[in-house]
Design a protein around this ligand. Structure first.
Ligand SMILES: *Cc1c(COP(=O)(O)O)cnc(C)c1O
Length: 368
């Protein structure tokens, strides 16, 4: 069986360095907000071309604390994609605001800038583009709308570490970018982790306060904060992984390019990469009208696949209270019925890629 993502082989490729990082933290005697977190924050900010990075406990907290640091809360509306991972919406809800979905562009699967203005009301405070599947959203168009309507922009970069827009690394196109270091992401820890990058020193300072009980000075609490710190140990492990990120993304790109050329004209809807975008290829997502049959046949042929995602956020029981029934976001709903993610990862060899290609060609031909 070709695995969807071989997480173990990714870690074992850096076994000795990861073990040395663990030893370093063990021996330091300091386990929360120490030198490893500070240095990782600096290294990740530099990598992203942002002035500040603030480490937090996970990607969801990165999103919701960034919204809070922007002063967004009850009574406010935040524009989110109708087809994102639900964490984007949950962050808005956790901040006390209301997520307002906007449909994606059917070709890129990312927020469609031409549909944003229709969703803006006097309560709208921010737009949250998601760089879904590692494909950068159309930041130029989104930033123009945000400037015109005086809205904040918080990017969800959880799937797009290292991706570029017009040659510039994601990290501070908008007001801030929220990142996840969940193990399966392109830059993954060996547990949970997250960060926010920004060029805004005030936003960075509020985030540092919010993640640590609302305190700048120990036992002095300015605001009602959280305990949401990036672990010292995870920061040390991420410092081992970060220098390998570009090579890992190049490996992903190589696989994606092989898929794109092998599947051209096959009858699958393939990922569309706009001219401005250099994706990080977190996922390789194809679309097929008989998605479930395709996935089942691929499993028989020894290829593991996943669905990102099977149910749109507005149709989840968690969001029933918004009253957005089936049919209210048809582009997103059609996507959720058709998307299938093929294996891709930095340790996937050419033989495995050959096997995926042969299996997909065969399964699609059988279903035609
Ligand atoms: C993974 C992910 C998150 C949440 O990150 P966690 O670290 O798991 O909390 C948020 N948004 C998107 C798009 C994601 O893929």
């Amino acid at each position: 069986m070709i695995p969807f993502l071989d997480l173990k082989s990714i870690q074992l490729a850096q076994r000795d360095e990861l073990a040395a990082a663990f030893e370093r933290v063990l021996e330091s005697g300091w386990y929360i907000l120490g030198a490893e977190v500070t240095q990782f924050e600096q290294e990740y900010a530099d990598y992203c071309g942002a002035r500040h990075a603030v480490g937090v406990a996970n990607g969801l907290d990165a999103l919701s604390l960034a919204l809070r640091a922007m002063g967004i809360g009850p009574g406010d509306e935040v524009i989110v994609p109708s087809n994102t991972y639900i964490a984007t919406w949950l962050a808005v809800s956790h901040a006390g605001a209301t997520p307002v979905p906007v449909e994606p562009d059917a070709r890129t699967c990312n927020l469609d800038p031409t549909r944003i203005e229709a969703a803006i009301t006097p309560h709208t405070r921010a737009i949250m583009p998601v760089h879904l599947y590692g494909q950068p959203a159309d930041m130029q168009a989104i930033l123009e709308i945000a400037r015109h309507h005086h809205l904040r922009v918080l990017e969800d970069g959880a799937q797009a570490h290292g991706a570029r827009v017009r040659g510039e690394r994601l990290g501070a196109h908008g007001d801030a970018v929220a990142w996840s270091f969940y193990p399966g992401k392109n830059l993954g820890a060996l547990g949970d982790g997250g960060a926010v990058t920004t060029n805004d020193p005030e936003l960075a300072s509020r985030l540092r306060e919010l993640r640590n009980y609302g305190s700048k000075r120990k036992y002095h609490n300015e605001v009602i904060g959280y305990n949401s710190r990036l672990d010292e140990l995870q920061a040390a492990l991420l410092r081992v992984k970060l220098p390998q990120l570009d090579a890992a993304n190049r490996r992903r790109t190589h696989i994606a390019q092989r898929y794109l050329s092998a599947f051209a004209g096959l009858g699958l809807t393939l990922p569309h990469v706009p001219d401005f975008a250099e994706p990080a290829w977190h996922l390789f997502v194809v679309q097929h009208p008989r998605r479930d049959a395709l996935a089942a046949r691929l499993a028989e042929l020894g290829v593991a696949t996943m669905i990102h995602y099977p149910v749109a956020p507005h149709l989840q029981p968690a969001y029933a209270t918004l009253g957005l029934g089936a049919g209210s976001f048809p582009i997103s709903e059609a996507m959720h019925a058709r998307v299938l993610s093929l294996p891709i990862g930095p340790t996937q060899g050419d033989d495995a890629t050959d096997q995926v290609i042969a299996a997909v060609q065969r399964a699609v031909a059988e279903l035609a």
